[in-house]
Design a protein around this ligand. Sequence first.
Ligand code: EPZ
Length: 422
Amino acid sequence: MDKFLIEGGKPLEGRVAASGAKNAALPAMAAALLTEDPVILRNVPRVRDIGTLRSLLDELGVDSSVTHEEHGNRLEIQARKLLNPVAPYELVKQMRASVLVLGPLVARFGHVRVSLPGGCAIGARPINLHLKGLEALGATIKIEHGYVDARSDGLRGATLYFDAITVTGTENLMMAATLASGETLLQNAAREPEVEDLADLLKAMGATIDGAGTDTIRIRGVTRMHGAEHTIVPDRIEVGTFLVAAAITGGHLIVEQAEPAHLTAVIAKLAEAGVKVRTQAPRALEAESSGKLCAADMTTHEYPGFATDMQAQYMALMTQAEGSAVITEAIFENRYLHAPELLRMGADITVNGRRAVVRGKTPLSGAKVQASDLRASASLVLAGLAAEGETLIDRVYHIDRGYERIEEKLNKVGARIRRISD
Ligand code: EPZ
């Protein structure tokens, strides 16, 4: 398993470009299952999770090919037929976003078996709302031997209300509804930019969708979907991570290929903490530390609130801010696995359930630490960049799931990160 060896203490200076959003590319790949025509996706990030989903498509008997382009990969997917309607546990347990094939496959082929994803480091993460929605559209759902068996002889539009706001739940049902007869209304839907980006692709494929990006999405079913070409939106979490990297190292970065409108809450919170963030046209953000960071409380919230996927990175920043910051993780029940590792580097953090209090400013010193999940890993990289001395991060495959060669991008702006492969 690869490790990162980070020599900290150097301010980052220069320009860094964000890749396409993993969490937009994954549902877009699943959407290709809705048609027998080729679907072409551009600006696809070169990250591990994309490879995992391609392996699943391959397992299903769906062709896909990839070509390198200047901005990300160009992915061509064509689901002419379904050779094997099973998404196996071995792949789904690696990446829970595999459940995104459920909606498209039951809508187009009428039968699919998808392994239940099981829990993950940050929480139980059930998919009950995905299944409840598919049943409301007329699918028959059975759970047996750890698999969801979903069947339908033709989905019918319905009005669904999500008891909890779920990003992939909204995406799964929006995709299924495109081939349901009649109209589907998704209420209390997720408003994330990745949901809106998926709707843009589905509309390019022939779907009729209104309200994506709001909490009420209306889909009128069509008899068939056709191929399309679509460019994936920038990864707002990667952009946010780079903004924090500039601030925590006392540096100055310009983050290109960004969409500032997707980070309003994060930018506002960073500004409150004393980070100077400016929009640079076109599609770039500039961040630099004002030299003095001050603690600012933060609660995660569904979009357009402060993203839970930025919580770990923000916690690392608060260790360098004067004062006590109260962080509340309102989305997932166990998303503080980075805290004990930050403590080992000298942070002063007290976790109590969903609440964590970070008392700063505490100097960080390099240490051996262990990554546990994607965004916790990013938090440890940020802490390592700010720490005095060397930090050795184990299990960086977690970070490779969602960040495209992060060490190469950061080293270009002054970081000293060495990837050590076993
Ligand atoms: C998406 O996960 C993202 N992943 C996550 O990013 C992100 O953290 C999360 O949304 C929240 O923003 C992808 O888009 C591939 P949810 P998702 O369904 O859809 C509960 C990353 O770091 N819930 O919005 O799986 C659930 O337990 C990853 O890139 C149910 O109870 O998250 C959680 O508490 C990590 N029943 C809350 O809703 C359900 O059926 C939000 O989960 C579904 C969800």
